[in-house]
Design a binder for this molecule. Structure first.
Ligand code: GTP
Ligand code: MG
Length: 294
């Protein structure tokens, strides 16, 4: 028997949840962005070693909902908390406990299973921020462990993994050892393209975009052909994403392509098209599809 379980990673938007799972897995599967709300779907990533199989559940960041999309994101995050063996709640070292969290903590209190507090980005912490934050969060009585980490500098990630394993029950492997995620190749490729959109597009444009991969064609002797569509909700956004003389869409493609190549292990020819899908983000059915609900 090995250590086996489901571990949720929860926290405010942009604290580094997806970065953490990528760092633990030692490969890039999840998109990361300096802009808020990069994660939209619940994505399970599977860590394997000879003594354990840990399914890490990435969740959309917590935030105050402002529109339909953000309300659904929040709902998704909470839905992901069901059936966890362990919850990792992530914060930044400089965060006070906002009132929103007090309400949240009451909800978390009701969940079964252990909870660890991860204090990420300690590479940027100043003075006594880390111990002071730990002291403040310890008063909630909610957490069994307090682990300062840095995903960027890879600090304390091994310690975290050891503590996680210790907290998990014994059990079987639920996924084949060579399966890194519960999502399809197609889904992960679409995410990489969306990451590039987040990287280059400003203001509301990234939040108004979603990506669909329409075709992945493995051709003998040549690069893999990937055809994808970036949909936006307004006409003006289409122009922005294409850019003057197609410069913007070219840059997006150049940023996404190496990541897709790393995933597929083959050279890739990437074709991107920007389409207007008027007000897609007001249409509940399309929103659910975009959020990756199956
Ligand atoms: N300095 C520093 N930056 C970090 C660290 N970990 C993550 N970041 C940065 O924090 C930003 C957010 O990272 P993400 O992993 O996308 O955060 P997230 O919590 O998944 O965000 P959402 O999906 O939007 O909720 C990115 O710019 C990361 O590069 C860290 O240890 N140190
Ligand atoms: Mg994320």
């Amino acid at each position: 028997m090995i250590k086996s379980g489901l571990v949720g990673v929860l926290g405010q938007t942009n604290v580094g949840k997806s970065s953490f799972i990528n760092a633990i897995l030692g490969r890039k599967l999840l998109i990361v962005s300096s802009k808020r709300q990069s994660t939209r779907a619940i994505i399970r990533c599977i860590y394997n070693d000879p003594e354990s199989q840990i399914v890490f559940v990435d969740t959309p960041g917590l935030h105050r909902p402002v529109d339909k999309l953000s309300r659904l994101l929040l709902k998704q995050a909470f839905a992901a908390l069901r059936g966890l063996d362990l919850l990792l709640y992530m914060i930044e070292p400089w965060i006070e406990i906002p009132p929103y969290d007090q309400k949240l903590f009451a909800e978390l209190q009701a969940l079964p299973g252990e909870k660890f507090l991860l204090i990420n980005k300690i590479d940027r912490a100043k003075g006594a921020q880390v111990p002071e934050t730990i002291k403040r969060y310890a008063q909630t009585g909610l957490f069994q462990e307090f682990i300062p980490i840095s995903c960027l500098k890879k600090l304390n990630l091994d310690t975290t993994l050891q503590l996680v394993k210790r907290a998990l029950p014994e059990g079987p492997r639920h996924f084949p050892a060579d399966q890194p995620t519960d999502r399809s190749e197609r889904f992960i490729i679409a995410e990489f393209i969306r990451e590039a959109v987040y990287q280059y597009a400003q203001q509301e444009v990234p939040y108004s975009a979603y990506v669909t991969v329409n075709k992945i064609e493995r051709r003998r002797g040549g690069p893999v052909l990937v055809q994808a569509e970036i949909a936006v909700s307004r006409r003006s956004q289409r122009g922005i994403l294409i850019g003057r003389g197609g410069q913007m869409i070219k840059r997006i493609g150049q940023a996404a392509r190496p990541q897709i190549e790393a995933l597929l292990g083959r050279p890739v020819y990437l074709e991107l098209e920007v389409r207007l899908r008027q007000d897609w983000n007001r249409d509940r059915r399309r929103l659910l599809a975009v959020l990756g609900q199956r």
